[in-house]
Design a protein around this ligand. Structure first.
Ligand code: MLT
Length: 404
């Protein structure tokens, strides 16, 4: 018997964004004074908006007085924030999600990984390929992925997302118990229509699967008919959990605030997944700071909404510039319309880690190699639109010159 979780020994290499950070650091150590432009990890650059900052300052003042000081947050988060989310993010879109079905957390990344606690180690897990690596790595750590065989895990069900299917996968050919979907998609930037998502909800209901729906990028949707939440699809409350985040929406990557929706109607084997997640969080999580939850609540104020929309428009304008500069050089790319990510097709014969290293060294731009998201990502590169506008244009022009 081993005393450690030997699944960790099966993990190949570093976590993707740790590997990218290490390569950037090595390059900077060898080339002191080089100025890299970041189009790699999707980290925001705009500051928290004035409405959010004002709410956080006021909350800090409350923490300084005995009469208004707050200790532990209530389990699941403060009602003032859960009520705003229920109203603005769900009920306004016809999705009947109650405040107590919303669990405030410190990140969609941690929730996507931690949700694994409430599922059987024997579940069959389906993931898109390419995919946000957290879904794969966290299931590998939990022992659901099997063994890594070069470029795949032998127990995962891979759902290829290619230009042939518009980067929206076909339904699995074997029965999957847990299905991770992320729309608007990280990394491809593709969106899913109401009709396409309904097929997944129908599949999940027919097969008793649970869809783990990552909607961290919903604020970037502008195409009409693209659902912002899986709970806009009738019946999803019986088969889905949704992850949302204030990170990319309102600049909370460093401040940390997100939420997960587990509907009360979601049950398997006579157990309520809502009750299980509630139990899990109460045992393992002590909540998001009051000051941060007040900041997140301000995102829903009229001023906060206006400021957040301006920031999203700023990033989407970057995305448009990246797309137009690349396409003007004859480089194929998708995404950026309903998402902050652009998925670039590399010239044939150029693999994505070689492209990453060349672009880093010759264009001084950090990108993300498509292969880092799975074998179907080979031959692609992901660019992010979270930078400063002038730098974004410079970086896109340098990449266009290198790849054309
Ligand atoms: C990304 O670049 O894919 C994201 O920033 C990663 C994350 O949100 O954890």
């Amino acid at each position: 018997m081993s005393v450690i979780n030997t699944n960790f020994a099966k993990l190949p290499g570093n976590y993707l964004f740790a590997e990218i950070a290490a390569r950037k650091a090595r390059y900077l150590a060898d080339n002191p004074g080089a100025r890299l432009i970041n189009m790699g990890i999707g980290d925001v650059t705009r500051p928290l908006s004035p409405a959010v900052i004002a709410a956080m300052h006021a909350a800090v003042d409350e923490m300084s007085k005995a009469e208004t000081f707050k200790g532990y947050s209530p389990d699941g988060g403060y009602p003032f924030l859960r009520e705003l989310i229920s109203e603005h993010d769900f009920k306004s879109r016809g999705a009947d999600i109650a405040p107590d079905e919303i669990f405030i957390s410190d990140g969609a990344k941690s929730d996507c990984a931690n949700i694994s606690d409430i599922f059987s180690p024997d579940c069959v897990v389906a993931v898109c390929d390419p995919v946000y690596p957290v879904y794969v790595d966290s299931n590998a750590m939990a022992g659901r992925a099997g063994s890594y065989t070069g470029d795949k895990w032998d127990k995962l069900v891979y759902l290829p997302c290619t230009s042939g299917n518009g980067f929206v996968p076909e339904l699995p050919s074997v029965k999957a118990d847990m299905i991770y979907l992320c729309y608007p998609n990280n990394p491809t930037g593709a969106a899913i229509t109401f009709g396409e998502l309904k097929k997944w909800v129908d599949y999940a209901r027919a097969n008793d699967s649970v869809i783990l729906y990552d909607a961290a990028y919903e604020a970037f949707i502008s195409t009409p008919g693209v659902p912002h939440s899986i709970f806009e699809i009738p019946g999803a409350e019986y088969c889905a959990i949704e992850f949302r985040s204030f990170s990319k929406t309102a600049g909370f990557t460093g401040t940390r605030c997100a939420y997960t929706v587990v509907p009360k109607k979601l049950e398997r084997d006579g157990m309520s997944l809502h009750a299980m997640w509630s139990r899990r969080q109460a045992t393992k999580f002590n909540g998001v700071p009051y000051v941060v939850q007040r900041g997140a609540a301000a995102v829903y104020s009229p001023q906060g909404r206006k400021e957040t929309e301006e920031t999203i428009a700023y990033y989407k304008n970057n995305a448009k510039n990246i797309r137009e500069i690349l396409q003007a050089s004859g480089i194929k790319c998708i995404g950026g319309t309903d998402s902050p990510y652009i998925w670039v097709t590399l010239p044939s014969g150029l693999d994505s880690w070689t492209a990453f290293d060349r672009i880093l060294a010759e264009a001084n731009v950090a990108t993300t190699p498509g292969a880092g998201f799975g074998s179907c990502g080979e031959g692609f590169l992901r660019l992010t639109a979270f930078g400063e506008p002038d730098d974004t244009i410079i970086a896109a022009e340098r990449i266009a010159r290198l790849l054309k």
